[in-house]
Design a protein around this ligand. Structure first.
Ligand code: HEM
Length: 416
């Protein structure tokens, strides 16, 4: 069997003229994309799927592109749907889609404000929230399943990120409404329906208006939150402009909320399907950091670090790539590459944690990795103290190419 033999059942859909060598809407792909990725990687770890377009599934090849400054976002052609204009006509381009020197400047301001101290300060809040959310989830009859996504996986990061940003508690429902539209809008336009694009655009406008107003209030009266820190931060006498600040807040939400929710959901699902691995974790709670890294590798909630454009002539592995060509980086596939991870399709939470690509690598390495790790570690540690069982083998999945996860994950949850 070769890549050309992979069936694309939804024939009416053209995947941007066959950029992808598989159908991301095929239920078999959604249930388990890894055999499809293996087939593509075995054909070529960097596969030219149409003239000037590469799909990269090898670990070494993905890492090399992500670390290579000759690849970037250039004029933004491949991420055009993520670049907008504000009411004054300024270009609003979240810094994840920028190249140096703008990317370097904004990222350095953001990492100053979004400090390790600020993340660590959220730990007691995370522990309290997990306790409250699990107690509420277990308050019903023990023989009725609860939806772990709604009760914990979505609720926890949404509360933490809105708290981090400094949103007043009464505004939190707005956060959830925007973030599901923005999360769906992470996919390229060719994966979205007109209604989904319209909801994404409306969420962007409302979110940006809300955060511009919040930033003005925090400038007048600073509080102990990330928006106040982003307003205040400066380097070489330069602050973030209002459109940089607002697009950064939007990026923190859209990059951080659903990805963390799906790491928790995918992680719990993987542990429950491998009870001996869950037992090992229960017996080694101090190894939670390594457990979370293996779950991130095994079933990455962010399956692609997106697109890059060759800014000048370069190469991927030993294949020449000309300036202007594009590459889609499937980090979820790279994390199952046997050249980087022995027996990659086996979940092994005691695996010596080698660096995987779940948080990317290089200049755009995930700014929120410490928060995502903290949130997931706290959630899994609490769950390890309970009896948890899957209530179905067929939990519904989200329909998304960038993100992989569950819409619902029904489980039975009882005190140990
Ligand atoms: C399990 C959860 C998460 C995963 C799997 C994840 C994954 C990623 C990946 C793969 C990238 C690289 C994108 C690229 O190379 O273009 C990235 C970048 C980024 N992530 Fe995360 N992320 C997670 C959580 C978070 C959180 C909680 C936040 C913040 C609240 C966050 C904020 C960001 C930002 C701002 C960037 C852009 C960094 C840059 O361009 O310099 N992420 N993330």
């Amino acid at each position: 069997m070769s890549v050309g033999d992979i069936d694309t059942p939804s024939g009416e859909f053209d995947f941007a003229a066959n950029l992808l060598p598989f159908d991301p809407l095929d239920p078999a792909f959604q249930a388990d994309p890894y055999p499809f990725f293996r087939l593509v990687r075995e054909t070529a770890p960097a596969l030219c799927t149409q003239p000037g377009m590469w799909v990269v599934t090898g670990f070494r090849e993905c890492s090399a592109v992500l670390r290579n400054p000759k690849f970037g976002h250039g004029d933004g052609r491949l991420v055009a749907s993520q670049i907008t204009h504000d009411a004054e006509g300024n270009v609003v381009r979240p810094f994840v889609f920028m190249d140096p020197p703008d990317h370097t400047r904004i990222r350095s301001l953001v990492t100053k404000a979004f400090s390790a101290r600020m993340v660590e300060r959220l730990r007691p809040t995370a522990e309290r929230l997990v306790g409250e959310l699990l107690a509420a989830a277990m308050s019903g009859p023990a023989d009725e399943p609860v939806d772990l996504m709604a009760e914990l996986a979505f609720a926890l990061p949404s509360n933490l990120i809105s708290e981090l940003l400094g949103m007043p508690p009464q505004d939190k429902p707005l956060f959830e409404q925007w973030s599901s539209a923005l999360g769906r809008g992470l996919d390229p336009d060719f994966m979205l329906s007109p209604e989904e694009m319209q909801r994404r655009d409306q969420a962007r406008t409302e979110f940006d208006g809300y955060f511009a107003e919040l930033a003005r209030r925090r400038r007048a009266e600073p509080a102990d939150d990330l928006v106040s820190a982003l307003v205040a931060v400066e380097e070489d006498g330069r602050n973030l402009s209002m459109s940089e600040l607002v697009s950064t807040c939007r990026l923190l939400l859209s990059a951080g909320y659903l990805s963390t929710a799906h790491l928790i959901g995918n992680g719990v699902n993987a542990l429950l399907r491998h009870p001996e691995q869950f037992e090992w974790f229960r017996a080694h709670p101090d190894q939670v950091a390594g457990v979370v890294e293996e779950l991130l590798r095994y079933d990455s909630p962010v399956q692609t670090a997106g697109m890059r454009t060759a800014l000048q002539d370069t190469e991927i592995g030993d294949q020449p790539v000309s300036a202007g060509e594009g590459a889609m980086l499937l980090v979820g596939a790279a994390n199952r590459d046997p050249a980087a991870f022995p027996d990659p399709d086996r979940l092994d939470v005691s695996r010596k944690p080698e660096r995987n690509l779940g948080f990317g690598i290089g200049a755009h390495f995930c700014v929120g990795a410490p928060l995502a790790r903290l949130t997931t570690q706290v959630a899994l540690t609490a769950l390890a103290g309970l009896r948890v069982e899957l209530a179905t083998d067929d939990a519904p999945r989200i329909n998304n190419l960038v993100l992989r996860g569950f819409a619902e994950l029904p489980v039975f949850l009882r005190a140990a």
